[in-house]
Design a protein around this ligand. Structure first.
Ligand SMILES: O=C(O)CCC(=O)C(=O)O
Length: 256
């Protein structure tokens, strides 16, 4: 039986995340992977690992992923009908030749809200898998319930290899690692998590790529704030569901 919208929201509110949600059909997955392979050919893997930021503004196939009806079904269940897409990024961890390298790419424990100067509503992050994302290739890990802890202190990461552009991490003593859960995904599935949920991911120690498309959404009622601790611009927003009666985010991509 399909879960009701209210069940989805209740579970999300309680845990701060949902995982293993089936999104792309085999054909849609193949098309996305082929289109991504073209970007790898064009830009090279050093670039596609983390620098394909907000390319939904350039490529219709990327925008179509962000507006995929099944993605929006979960997002609107959580945020309500009027939703803006704030930002997007592909995050790829490629197989490494030297697994003993202490600087292998990983993502340090953090909360997404640390990076977003906004208020008035929650941020929901989607992690849509283009590859199977499992323990050995560095799947996302979350600490359930931590979205209720408020914004925790972050500092410069101590270990090299942190993929986060501002290289921050929550200090170890504040991370309840013993409660962490892995969110393994098969290609074509997604997880979603709240902007305050503590999460991270380990290096890819397998011989398989781990590629995901991360999309951030907010309800249209949210608004940008000036916070020197979280200086963030929003040059690539797009209304993806409902209406925007607030107009809090100026630079919106016109309807496709
Ligand atoms: O891709 C990862 O390993 C981390 C992604 C992440 O931090 C996020 O989706 O907010």
């Amino acid at each position: 039986m399909c879960p009701q919208v209210s069940d989805v929201k209740a579970l999300y509110d309680q845990q701060g995340y949902l995982t293993s949600l089936p999104i792309l059909s085999p054909e849609e997955l193949q098309q996305a992977r082929d289109a991504f392979a073209d970007l790898e050919k064009k830009f090279g893997e050093d670039y596609t690992a983390y620098s394909l930021h907000n390319v939904h503004m350039e490529y219709d196939w990327v925008m179509a992923l962000a507006k995929h009806p099944k993605v929006l079904e979960s997002i609107t269940a959580v945020l309500g009908p009027d939703v803006l897409m704030l930002d997007s990024r592909f995050i790829c961890k490629y197989p490494e030749t030297d697994e003993s390298d202490p600087g292998l790419p990983y993502v340090a424990w953090h909360q997404d809200m640390k990076y977003w100067g906004l208020d008035g509503g929650p941020v929901v992050s989607v992690w849509l898998a283009l590859d199977d994302s499992l323990e050995d290739n560095g799947a996302l890990q979350v600490i359930p319930g931590t979205h209720c802890s408020g914004l925790l202190p972050h500092r410069q990461a101590k270990r090299s290899g942190n993929m986060l552009s501002v290289n921050q991490e929550i200090p170890e003593e504040l991370v309840e690692k013993e409660n962490a859960l892995l969110c393994p995904l098969l290609a074509g599935q997604m997880s979603i998590h709240d902007g305050l949920l503590v999460h991270a991911s380990d290096p890819n120690t397998s011989q398989r790529r781990r590629c995901g498309f991360v999309i951030r959404y907010v309800p249209t009622v949210a608004y940008p704030i000036q916070d020197p601790e979280r200086p963030r611009h929003f040059p690539a927003t797009a209304l993806v569901s409902g209406v925007d009666k607030y107009g809090h985010f100026a630079n919106q991509k016109p309807e496709m």
